[in-house]
Design a protein around this ligand. Structure first.
Ligand SMILES: Cc1cc2nc3c(=O)[nH]c(=O)nc-3n(C[C@H](O)[C@H](O)[C@H](O)COP(=O)(O)OP(=O)(O)OC[C@H]3O[C@@H](n4cnc5c(N)ncnc54)[C@H](O)[C@@H]3O)c2cc1C
Length: 636
């Protein structure tokens, strides 16, 4: 008998019609670019269906909610309204305290799936698929998929490392070079280079944790982006490399009552990482048009700007770093540390999620892990390194009720929230054919405000504007004249990772000081663009989506901005397994070993003592290099 196949969940025809009408109102036909069509709605539906059946039901509910609101307000269903009435309603919903959230979610979805289309790229003179060579299989022989493990296969090693991102890959490679038998267990898959094709939709689906659907909830809803693939978030990151500023390290040392992380102690670790990653300033020819206008504006204002240091020696400026580098130019962990570790005898199992830390006699002795087919495996080891990242790591411990006598697991979450501004210039900038983040301005770093390049590929560009309808399409038609620049803050807010009802949740209530910092950063960017000769500027604020001239900047400065007005994204969750000497107030000791479970080491963003105020990958890697020395000594 053939087993019954459950059909994939679908939207009804009525829901699709409603979605199409909403999409057409949000994205009407442009002068140069096409408007929303049944094909863009189908792409949106596919994307949400892949997240889950529940998400698709949520999409149906949101459309029904908006349709109901239309009926209440006008006495007619949304599809039956005239185009002008539809536009007026959408504009009204943007300022409604409740309806703005479903509208924002739908608009985010359509803006992403509609423009992720070869036809759109062609009309803007940009290549859609960024082909790359398939990775030669040099070290792949040492990588196994969880599905290939034999039933009840027992794995043994000196050190098992959970996660292959900035923390895990570095610690694993350093320990393998010390002669220890290292096994990496990675929940995500290894993707060969030709899988990185520059598509936003594809990247979010395949490479991001929960398909980029992790959000923090509080007085604002903020996507918190993380990778879930071999190389962790480094495989989809922008490649910016900052050392932790000395003043930050000194502050951490004060808090730890130790000079363990002092600048003088950390210097050799930073040097080792930078050498391995071939870190160097981004070459000017790849910075692109946005960096040109930012430099011009900063020069006119007398503000310091610079080409960012990056780990991409072979960069060819394809401009899709966050979707995975198609040309293997960036030395993310899957290109640098992991091949080196495997070359020194390490092994890796992918598609295998660590679910429990095993302990015997009060010591960590290995882990239990589940394959994608549901089978459970055990790994026995002399030491366990947990390096799943600042959200999955505390989630795993909380799920098991482990190492949390202090109550600190999951607390102290910092996120480095960021937003951006865009501006239209009279010159052609083609910012999408350049490094995504190549330029920085540190003039206000002492105030916890860092301004950084934010070139966006065409597929996600529409989400840089708090505009919809005709106004949005006008800007998108001229996207080759648009520059964007970002603001990221060293946050004072602390959030929390929890496990509730079998799910991981993030709460984060943005403090007024942090709102003020983000607002100030936006004003600074507007000043740079204005000084550089921008024709029009686009704050990512529904209440002030478009400004121009000095008057516009004054209006932006005078605006009373609340947390809920800001469209924020976090790329840097940190701090959720606090380091410290006192087991009552911290989770790991100064050597990264869990106070409550000897043999368990936590080496990832969760042990970074606070937000460094700069992009954190080098901080995590330098700390991991240091941690590996300590673990090696303990196992010798
Ligand atoms: C889009 C994006 C752009 C960024 N740009 C920059 C930048 O330009 N410069 C910079 O400094 N930083 C950047 N970052 C941040 C930086 O990449 C991260 O801070 C860093 O990689 C975090 O390292 P980690 O080891 O804590 O976690 P990750 O690098 O996220 O690695 C964790 C790994 O553990 C795996 N894992 C988790 N749980 C389990 C489990 N239970 N079992 C098995 N495996 C598990 C995950 O799948 C993942 O692969 C960016 C991040 C993102 C998402």
């Amino acid at each position: 008998m053939t087993p019954a196949v459950t059909p994939p969940p679908q939207l009804s025809t009525a829901q699709r019609t409603l979605l199409l009408e909403l999409a057409r109102t949000l994205l009407p036909e442009g002068g140069r670019l096409p408007g929303a069509s049944p094909a863009s709605v189908a792409r949106a539906e596919d994307f949400v269906r892949e997240i889950s059946g529940g998400a698709l039901r949520g999409l149906g509910l949101m459309t029904r909610l908006l349709d109901g609101a239309a009926l209440l307000r006008t006495g007619r269903r949304f599809p039956r309204l005239s185009p002008a009435r539809k536009t007026a309603l959408v504009e009204r919903w943007q300022h409604d305290p409740v309806l703005r959230w479903p509208l924002a979610a739908l608009s985010f979805l359509f803006k992403m799936t509609h423009f992720d289309d070869p036809g759109v790229y062609q009309r803007l003179g940009c290549q859609y698929v960024k082909g790359g060579p398939a990775t030669p299989a040099r070290w792949l022989g040492r990588v196994r998929r969880g599905a290939e493990l034999a039933a009840n296969e027992q794995l043994e090693c000196d050190v098992v490392v959970i996660g292959t991102g900035a923390g895990g890959a570095v610690v694993g490679k350093e320990l393998a070079e010390q002669g220890l038998a290292v096994l990496f267990v990675e929940e995500g898959e290894h993707h060969r280079r030709d899988a990185f094709r520059g598509s936003a939709v594809e990247a979010h689906r395949k490479f991001y944790r929960d398909k980029a659907g992790v959000v923090s909830l509080g007085n604002t809803v903020m996507p918190v982006l993380m990778g879930r693939l071999v190389g962790g978030s480094t495989a989809i990151n922008t490649g910016t490399c900052f050392r932790t500023p000395d003043r930050v390290l000194e502050r951490w040392c004060e808090g730890l009552a130790s000079d363990a992380l002092a600048p003088a102690q950390m210097q050799r670790h930073f040097e080792r990482v930078e050498q391995t990653l071939e870190v160097a300033p981004a070459p000017e020819r790849l910075l692109g048009g946005a960096a040109r206008v930012v430099a011009r504006g900063c020069d006119r204002l007398g503000w310091h700007h610079f080409a960012l240091r990056r780990n991409a020696p072979a960069c060819d400026g394809q401009g899709v770093c966050d979707f995975g580098c198609p040309s293997e130019a960036r030395r993310s962990m899957d290109v640098s540390y992991l091949p080196a570790a495997l070359g020194r005898g390490a092994l890796m199992v992918t598609g295998l999620r660590a679910t429990r830390i095993l302990s015997e006699g009060g010591r960590a002795v290995g882990l239990e892990a589940r394959g994608q087919d549901g089978r459970l495996f055990q790994v026995r080891a002399r030491a366990v390194v947990l390096a799943g990242g600042a959200v999955p790591t505390p989630a795993l411990l909380l799920e098991q009720g482990l190492c949390n006598g202090s109550g600190q697991v999951g607390r102290n979450l910092s996120l480095h929230p960021g937003t951006l501004m865009s501006a239209r210039f009279d010159e052609r900038l083609d910012s999408y054919n350049a490094i995504q983040q190549g330029q920085g301005c540190d003039q206000f770093q002492h105030q916890g405000i860092l301004l950084l390049g934010a070139n966006a590929p065409i597929s996600i560009a529409a989400n840089l504007f708090a505009l919809t309808g005709r106004a949005l399409m006008d800007v998108m038609d001229a996207y080759d004249q648009i520059a964007s620049f970002g603001v990221m803050i060293q946050d004072e807010t602390r959030g929390r990772v929890r496990r509730l009802g079998g799910r991981t949740t993030l709460s984060y209530w943005l403090e007024p000081t942090d709102v003020a910092r983000l607002h100030a950063g936006m004003v600074r960017i507007a000043e740079i663009f204005h000084a550089a000769g921008a024709r029009e500027m686009y704050p990512l604020l529904a209440r002030l989506p478009r400004i121009s001239g000095r008057q516009g900047i004054d209006a932006l400065r005078a605006l009373r901005v609340g947390a809920g007005d800001l469209r924020l994204t976090s790329f840097h969750p940190l701090g959720t397994c606090r380091m410290g000497r006192d087991p009552k107030r911290s989770v790991v000791d100064l050597d990264h070993q869990a106070h409550e479970l000897p043999g368990l080491f936590i080496v990832d963003g969760s042990t970074v003592p606070g937000p460094p105020g700069v992009n954190p990958q080098l901080t995590i890697m330098a700390m991991a290099t240091r941690a590996a020395e300590g673990i090696g000594r303990l196992l010798a």
